[in-house]
Every structure is written in C-alpha cells, then in structure tokens.
Design a binder for this molecule. Structure first.
Ligand SMILES: [Zn+2]
Ligand SMILES: [Zn+2]
Length: 451
C-alpha cells in the first residue's frame, strides 16, 4: 500500500535547504509573528500557514475510500484500492448456492463472490433519471422505485461507473510521461448551499481524472469548519495586457490575511456533513493525485495561480521533485498576448513568468528558458467540465452521498460520452475504443464487472 505524506508543516520555499524537511532545528513551530499561525523557517524567513495534519490525513482516507476503493472487482482483502495497492490474481472457485461465480485470491486465499446484478432495469431507470436532470423527488417518482431502492441503485450505479473508469485508467497510467492540470471551482446549489471543488485533468486529452469537494462526513471542530462570507478568489481582470493581469493577481493575493487564505464566499452547509476550508482540500486533493503520477517516470503539474494549490502540489510531489522527476508550474490562460514574457520577474515573490499563445507560465520548481513548447491545448477542459456539472447536477440536492455519487457518475459520462472534435476524452486518453452513450457505457461497465 502506497504511503501518503502525513506531515505538511515544513518550509515550502523550493530553493531553501529546508524545503519539504520536517522537524528542522531552523523552525519555529506555531509562530504568530505575522498575525496568523505559521511555521517559521529561520533559514529563508518564510512563514507557511500552520496545517492541522490530523484533519488532512483523516479526510485523505475518507476521500480515498470514495474515489479509489475497489468495491466491485478483485480481492476485497489485499486489493482494496485502485492505483494505491497492487493487483493480485485470482482463480475461479465454484458457485454460491444462488449460482453466482466465486473466486479465490491467489495471494491471501480469500474467497469472494463476483458481483451479479439481477435488477439491471433498475440501474437503467436511475441512469435515465440522472440524464433527465430532474428534482430528486421527481426522479424517484419517474423511476417507479421506492426512495430506498432509488438511493440503493444510485449508489450501485456510481460504484459501477467509478470502478469501470478506474480499471481502465490504471491500465494507461504506467507511462513515461504525464502532464496534469488542476483548478478550483465553486459549485452552487439552491438555498446558498454549495461546495468548493478541485478538478484535475490529463493535459493531452482533457480527461477529468479527479474531482474532489470540501465536504466531509467527519466531525470537525468549529475552528476548522468553513463559515465565511468573504470571497478572496483571485480573478484575472479584463486588461489586454498580460503583465497587468499577473500584477493584479499578486495584488489580490497580498490583500489577504495570509497568502493561503482562499475564501470562496458564502456556502451554507449541506446536511449531515461539514465544509472544510479550501486550503485543507488542496493538501488532500493533491495527495490523492499520486494515484496517477506515482507510476509515471516523469510528470509535470500545471496549477491555477493560487498559493494554496502551490503548497498542496509541492507537498504531494515532493519526493519526485527532489529526484527531478516532477515539476510544478503556475498557468494563467491568456490567449494571443501581444507582448511576450520571457522570464520577467513579477509579484512579491519575484516569480519568473513566461508566455506563449495560450497563456502565462511560471516554473515553481525548475528553471525555464522558453515556454514555447508548453502547450496546454485542453486547458479549457476543466471549465467545460465545470459547466457540464453546473448544468447537469440538480441544484436541489442536500445530501453529501448524492452529491458525491452524481459527481462521479457525471465525471465518467463527461469523459466517455461528451464529444469534443468528434471524439471523446476517454478515446484520446486511450481508455475507450469507441464513443459511448450513457446507456452503452452502463452495459459495457456491467459486462466488465460481472466477468
Ligand atoms: Zn526555508
Ligand atoms: Zn487477497
């Protein structure tokens, strides 16, 4: 089983000797020198906001269980997670009294039953109601199922789609090179409810790899529960001058209480769960992205120009950055800039910015001499997915389970069914042989899981 990083309180200045090092003698833990709780590195003078490791680690586990658990295929004992635990072989092992195939794990000898769905019609009805995007109560009525059965099959459908996509993703993620792109979005629901989501795509295909939100089922002390009305999201102004746009973004960052204090406006809570602050989600989301990066020989991560995401991305890729196998960059989309930035120092940290016809790029972990060959052609994929979710997710939802299940179902439908330039992102990534409709996707997913 893969080991996640568990301590995030360290220096995050890339060229400092203490970068990523935990428990250095140069640190003043829980310093209040700048008016917020931080870890001060005396060597470089940085004050990174103090992180509650326990909170982050607990929610990493919760999100791992939802996003990557192998609920439907392979040995449930020694092969719990996609990507993070190694696949083990199994042999056919007779049938249950009900006639369902059993298998025996070759590694731990556990005997388990292959999933068998008898009521495929119910799954189809639930899928149809999701595509129709009606109020949940109307959906239940239209499906003809009882509420209890509707939620039961919604959960099953989400697992089936998730397992289908993760099984295929696993096959293509062992590769020599991977580039990912991550941005955050606020998803608004009725009655001022909503959530902050981090969305990551694979750059060459625009395939959405991971979509996680700041909702948690865990009990969280009040101090860590998101309850704000202020909005400190950094936005690009309308200027036609790229340098002005970037300078303005740094100014917005400096007007915060501290540089990682990302607030996203008022979000009323969804029932039976808690909202956490976006900066915590960043650490969690990037840890989970190790699923995709850990088997790539080399990877690059392009992230939104946001200090909070910077810290999360650096901590998740730390080991690989040290080995020069990974690099992290800021990316700000800006089409066809008239001026060309070639390493211009901008902002408080004097970051060096480069530009090409698609936008501005700032290397965080490496030196860059030119950015002409960095092409994020599908960088609009996150926007397209966000718009898709916004249009297809019913705004009346008030349940973390339903939000998570629908988010995952829509991620898979968007990747496998939504057409761009006459093809799907799943085909471009190499995980699908054909364009799917949601119905044919369900059919193939069931075939795969029940075999
Ligand atoms: Zn330092
Ligand atoms: Zn096993």
């Amino acid at each position: 089983m893969f080991k996640f990083r568990t301590d995030f309180n360290c220096c995050k200045t890339v060229n400092c000797e203490n970068f990523g090092v935990v428990k250095s003698e140069d640190y003043i833990p829980q310093s209040r020198r700048l008016g917020y709780l931080s870890i001060e590195c005396k060597l470089c003078g940085s004050n990174c906001p103090w992180i509650n490791n326990e909170l982050v680690n607990g929610i990493v586990k919760e999100k791992l269980d939802f996003q990557f658990a192998r609920k439907l295929t392979h040995c449930p004992k020694c092969h719990q997670y996609f990507f993070f635990s190694e696949r083990t072989d199994s042999k056919l092992h007779g049938f249950t009294s009900a006639g369902t195939q059993r298998k025996k794990c070759c590694a731990c000898r556990t005997i388990y039953t292959v999933q068998n769905y008898k009521n495929i019609e119910a799954l189809k009805l639930v899928l149809a109601s999701i595509i129709a995007n009606k109020e949940i109560r109307e959906s239940i009525k239209a499906s003809g199922l009882s509420a209890r059965l509707y939620y039961f099959y919604l959960d099953k459908l989400s697992s089936i789609f998730a397992n289908f996509s993760r099984l295929h993703e696993e096959e293509v993620m062992e590769r020599s090179y991977l580039a990912m792109h991550t941005e955050g979005r606020v998803i608004k629901l009725d009655h001022k409810r909503g959530m902050y989501s981090l969305i990551t795509s694979e750059v060459d295909s625009g395939y959405i790899l991971l979509n996680s939100n700041n909702l948690t089922r865990q009990s969280v002390v009040d101090y860590y529960i998101y309850d704000e009305s202020e909005n400190t999201i950094i936005t690009s102004n309308e200027s036609d001058n790229l340098e002005n746009v970037l300078t303005n973004r740094y100014q917005q960052n400096m007007s915060r209480n501290h540089f990682e204090q990302l607030l996203v406006g008022e979000l009323k809570p969804v029932t039976k769960c808690n909202l956490i602050y976006p900066d915590k989600l960043a650490y969690i989301h990037f840890q989970l992205l190790n699923a995709f990066s850990r088997k790539a020989d080399k990877y690059d991560h392009y992230i939104e120009h946001e200090s909070t995401l910077r810290s999360g991305a650096l901590m998740a890729a730390y080991e690989d950055i040290k080995k020069s196998n990974a690099d992290v960059y800021f990316f700000v989309p800006f089409l066809n800039s008239r001026e060309k930035l070639q390493g211009k120092k901008i902002g408080w940290w004097k970051d060096r910015w480069f530009s090409n016809e698609l936008g501005a790029i700032c290397p965080i972990t490496c030196k860059l001499t030119d950015s002409a060959d960095i092409k994020l052609h599908h960088s609009d994929s996150i926007d397209l997915f966000y718009t898709y979710i916004d249009q297809h997710m019913n705004k009346g939802i008030n349940s973390i389970n339903v939000i998570d299940q629908l988010s995952e179902i829509h991620r898979v439908i968007f990747n496998y069914c939504d057409l761009k330039n006459n093809t799907t992102r799943a085909i471009t990534l190499g995980v699908a042989p054909q364009v799917y409709t949601p119905e044919s996707l369900l059919q193939d997913a069931l075939k795969m899981i029940m075999s």
